[in-house]
Design a protein around this ligand. Structure first.
Ligand code: NDP
Length: 277
């Protein structure tokens, strides 16, 4: 039986085993997918033990994505751009590291939410790991502009500068939240950690163009503080990050198994469960 797992600390809450089990059932693949709790100082040992016991690959979550990046002997261009790895594949010639978070976001936006990114004005809030992972896939989708805004403006500016070579035709700019006043966007993505503490980024009002999407990478029951504020501003197209979670898992499944699962039913099941919780 091919063995996979998601490694993190904490990890008991992870929905990945359920998502991958559903993908495996649906695609007729025989595999086992579990959770792996690694001690905070014991990531590399835990990975090596899993690999020695015949493990084929690992998803990596908080707080180990940077250590996974360092451990990988080969890395995909999107992992290099993200500076973090969320998918490890054990091969005969080494450990391959990839990052499927940004691709999962873009797929959720386009395939699940019906957004066109090409030619649109995109605002990305935050300059942490999630924002960094999203930047290359977002730029590759060719929005007309991509604005990066962060509470600490200098971090957004530095991050945008490091992605300037990948901007191609997209107008790439960065700054603090107050710099956004007077601008409008078609897609606004909250990649800050504010929602984790039930806060919303301190944004100026009036940022949403008519028909704009407000997206929060965080997911859970009901609106986050960010989504509640967007709703109060009259935004009707809102989404949380549950679709991104399922789509990044599907990207990892594709890497490992060579088959892309149908994410729709899996996302619908998880959504039903979250609403009922
Ligand atoms: P980080 O800790 O790396 O993000 C920190 C960022 O959040 C910084 O830009 C920080 O700003 C900003 N921030 C924190 N608190 C606030 C606040 N109160 N107001 C404004 N900005 C704030 O976290 P990650 O990047 O790893 O995760 C960000 C979010 O994305 C989380 O909610 C996480 O759950 C979600 N996520 C979802 C995924 C999915 O599959 N759906 C996958 C990965 C992440 P500053 O620099 O000024 O401190």
């Amino acid at each position: 039986m091919d063995r996979y797992a998601v490694i993190g600390n904490p990890i008991a809450h992870s929905k990945s085993p359920r998502i991958h089990a559903a993908f495996a059932r649906q695609t007729g693949q025989t595999l086992e997918y579990s959770t792996l709790l690694a001690p905070l100082e014991g990531f590399v040992t835990a990975v090596e033990n899993f690999r020695s016991a015949g493990g084929r690959g690992l998803n990596v979550t908080v707080p180990f994505k940077l250590e996974a990046f360092a451990l990988a002997s080969q890395r995909s261009p999107r992992a290099e751009a993200a500076g973090a790895v969320n998918t490890l594949t054990f091969r005969a010639d080494g450990i391959h590291g990839d990052n499927t978070d940004g691709a999962g976001l873009v797929r959720d936006l386009t395939a699940n939410l019906g957004c066109t990114l090409a030619g649109r004005r995109v605002l990305l809030l935050g300059a942490g790991g999630a924002a960094r992972g999203a930047l290359l896939p977002l730029l590759q989708a060719a929005p007309s502009s991509l604005t990066l805004a962060n509470r600490s403006a200098d971090k957004a500016v530095a991050l945008a500068e490091s992605f300037r070579p990948s901007a191609n035709g997209t107008m790439l700019s960065a700054g603090g939240f107050p710099d956004l006043a007077g601008q409008q966007f078609d897609i606004v993505i909250n990649a800050t950690a504010a929602s984790l503490s039930s806060e919303a980024p301190a944004l100026p009002t009036g940022l949403y163009a008519p028909g704009a999407l407000a997206y929060d990478m965080m997911y859970g029951k009901g609106d986050t503080a960010y989504l509640a504020r967007a709703r109060a501003e009259g935004v009707t197209h809102l989404a949380d990050g549950l679709g991104m979670l399922v789509e990044q898992a599907a990207e990892s499944f594709l890497l490992w198994r060579g088959v892309r699962p149908n994410t729709g039913p899996v996302l619908a099941d998880l959504r039903r469960e979250l609403s009922a919780a």
